[in-house]
Ligand binder design. Structure first.
Ligand SMILES: C[S@@+](CC[C@H](N)C(=O)[O-])C[C@H]1O[C@@H](n2cnc3c(N)ncnc32)[C@H](O)[C@@H]1O
Length: 368
């Protein structure tokens, strides 16, 4: 994450950009704040992990990866046990999920080829050795017709997003300008974009209501779907905290655009670019207008469907039978109980949504 000097460098860089061509979109601001090489929050080394800024499901402990390994087996079997089974994990961060999946030795391990996509190379040093790391999604031609699953845990909430606000004169875009500091600037939207806002809001909203515009997430999904559609059995799986545009339009925006650093909440997203994560609850309806998912369930339901209860029981039994004499394996077994509580918590990680697409020959569309 950016230190004091870098923080000013990043603010200056954004100020110069605004000076040169006027206020920038909120999405462009988020892209600078998170991903400017060396200065952004992620590119400067911030991110998921106990020693970093926030905990994600893979960072709770190895149980999440062990369940995901079972899910891999289910998808591989469903795809007809192909010889080559490529899982592209997008937004892999420090690679903890991949490490735990591989440690769980899934049945598909001889066919499994993992590719971690992570643009912030500061995260790569901790990636497992038997995976490929790269900065962006491969193209379908690069994977030579293999069965491809694209998996993203807590990626979409971190892709740059725009903001719109309903004002007395209609829908406006929230842009970022400069007036002795970074400030919000409202710019009226044209008729087409206003109509999009009205449709997404799904009814009347109060003056001051805001909604996110997830154009980057929609475009990422389109790319992921075409990658997964190159062979039968392909799949795109997105796990994230989510809501819908109409619901977000009826809640204060400061509740669903959140900033984090050092395991706590940070201040206004414009306050100190580069020092904190900026995330948005994912409006799933905006993803569904790209393509209809085949499944949309809570993380708790997804983990139960893929055998979390058996894994917890297996771990607890190991602890009961062997106790401390069972060493690290028995201790890990006992800790599964606590990990499961966090992963299934209906007021926390358990309420995340897991959306799955099984892309067929039909092409993706987007209204963004
Ligand atoms: C909240 S972290 C999630 C890390 C990990 N998946 C986890 O659950 O612990 C989001 C990650 O997505 C990465 N990221 C941002 N834009 C990306 C993109 N276009 N493609 C892939 N990863 C991206 C960020 O650098 C960051 O490491």
């Amino acid at each position: 994450m950016a230190d004091g000097a870098n923080r000013n460098d990043l603010r200056d860089l954004i100020a110069r950009r605004i000076e040169a061509s006027g206020p920038i979109g909120f999405d462009e601001y988020v892209a600078h704040a998170l991903y400017t090489p060396g200065l952004g929050f992620y590119s400067g080394g911030g991110g998921a992990g106990r020693r970093r800024d926030f905990l994600t499901s893979p960072e709770v402990g190895p149980l999440f990866g062990a369940v995901v390994a079972k899910a891999f087996d289910g998808w591989w079997i469903r795809a007809g046990r192909p010889d080559r089974f490529v899982v592209v994990e997008a937004g892999a961060g420090p690679g903890t999920l991949a490490r735990c999946v591989l440690a769980a030795a899934p049945q598909c391990k001889d066919a499994l080829e993992m590719i971690l996509v992570e643009p912030a190379e500061t995260q790569w040093s901790t990636h497992p050795v038997d995976v490929t790391s790269r900065r962006d999604l491969p193209g379908p031609a690069e994977l030579g017709g293999a069965t491809v699953v694209v998996l993203a845990n807590e990626l979409l909430d971190n892709l740059p997003f725009g903001l719109v606000e309903f004002t007395e004169t209609g829908w406006c875009e929230v842009r970022v300008g400069w007036a002795d500091g970074l400030v919000e600037v409202l710019e009226p939207l044209d008729d087409g974009r206003s109509a999009w806002c009205r449709a997404k809001a799904g009814g009347s909203v109060d003056i001051g209501a805001r909604m996110p515009v997830l154009a980057d997430a929609a475009s990422w999904l389109g790319d992921a779907l075409s990658l997964a559609s190159s062979a039968t059995g392909g799949r795109v799986v997105v796990i994230d905290y989510s809501s819908t545009s109409p619901q977000l339009g009826r809640r204060p925006w400061t509740e669903w655009v959140r900033t984090y650093s050092g395991h706590g909440r940070s201040g206004h997203p414009l306050a100190e670019p580069g020092t904190c994560d900026i995330t948005v609850e994912v409006a799933v309806d905006q993803l569904m207008s790209v393509a209809e998912p085949v499944s949309n369930q809570t993380q708790a339901d997804f983990l139960r469907a893929h055998g979390i209860d058996d894994l917890v029981e297996e771990g607890a039994a190991k602890w009961r039978e062997q106790g401390i004499g069972g060493g690290l394996e028995a201790i890990a077994g006992r800790s599964r109980v606590h990990e499961a509580e966090a992963l299934l918590d209906p007021t926390g990680l358990g309420a995340f949504r897991v959306l799955e697409w099984e892309p067929g020959p039909r092409s993706a569309r987007s209204d963004l």
